[in-house]
Design a protein. Structure first.
Length: 284
């Protein structure tokens, strides 16, 4: 009996040590996630002297400087729309700066669309440091400039966001009047993205930022177009489809076979046709 009791105590101690080690590992990973979330989420590219030369090669682009509600100075490029056309308020992804998106802006400009492409705080020439609340403020300041400085009616503004910017674009559409929303390769939430990276470690309680698109899209009351890349290795295709299922009508879904995370705008006429078809439902 003593031997059995002794073995039982040893077993309990061993289990306790294993549980303690597991807890310490979990807390350690959680602490790491808490401390490093910002550096893992945002990868801004500061402005360089040669950037001005690059922008000067696009004479139809107008440089804009504006200010967020908390005083942060922001920078953007702006091309007004042709008569009767919409304006895409473009919220880009989590890396680089607006320069990498100029070729896409040129394509949209050639269609007659207006585009307001801005850099979040901490990106390009914009001041400050990025965070979820700050990016939301930046998009709202961009909307204010378009309606006041650009003289564009809210119903002509399309809140467009890709990847991380999809969360920003969705938030803007929930806080300001817009004509419609386009979300390119959107994710459901930061928690779901973290769960994909570490499926056995629930890091949700340690994440300061949520970017909860799945919650937000259920409150959206504007026309919506979601674009999903079927071969996306960054944002799982099921996320965009889940957002589409959760969204209210009217809504449209474009799935692009064999397209990766960055590929949808460069799939020939498919991208342009999808946008034009969506816009036609807003302003027939």
């Amino acid at each position: 009996m003593r031997s059995l009791w002794h073995n039982h105590r040893i077993g309990c101690k061993l289990v306790g040590k294993i549980l303690l080690c597991g807890l310490l590992i979990y807390l350690g990973l959680g602490g790491l996630a808490l401390l490093s979330q910002k550096s893992l989420t945002y990868h801004p590219q500061p402005a360089r002297p040669e950037d001005e030369v690059f922008l000067e090669s696009y004479p139809w682009l107008h440089k804009v400087q504006f200010q967020a509600a908390d005083g942060i100075e922001l920078h953007a490029v702006w091309t007004p729309p042709a008569e009767g056309q919409a304006v895409l308020l473009f919220s880009h992804g989590n890396a680089g700066n607006l320069l990498a998106r100029i070729p896409l802006v040129e394509r949209l400009h050639q269609q007659g669309l207006g585009v307001f492409l801005y850099d979040y705080r901490g990106f390009g020439r914009s001041q400050g440091s990025p965070d979820e609340k700050g990016l939301y403020q930046d998009s709202e300041a961009a909307w204010e400039w378009i309606t006041a400085g650009g003289g564009i009616q809210p119903e002509r503004i399309i809140s467009y966001g890709r990847s991380l910017g999809a969360a920003v674009a969705l938030h803007l559409a929930l806080s300001r009047p817009v004509g419609g929303v386009i979300l390119e390769v959107p994710f459901t939430s930061v928690r779901d993205m973290a769960r994909m990276v570490l499926p056995f470690f629930p890091l949700g309680p340690f994440l300061r930022e949520s970017y909860d698109n799945l919650l937000g899209v259920q409150s959206l009351e504007r026309p919506l177009l979601i674009m999903v890349a079927e071969d996306d290795r960054v944002v799982a295709p099921w996320m965009g489809k889940a957002l589409f299922e959760a969204a209210n009508e009217p809504k449209q879904l474009l799935t692009v076979p064999e397209a990766g995370h960055e590929d949808i705008p460069w799939t020939g006429r498919l991208y342009e046709e999808a946008i034009n078809a969506f816009l036609a439902t807003l302003h027939p």
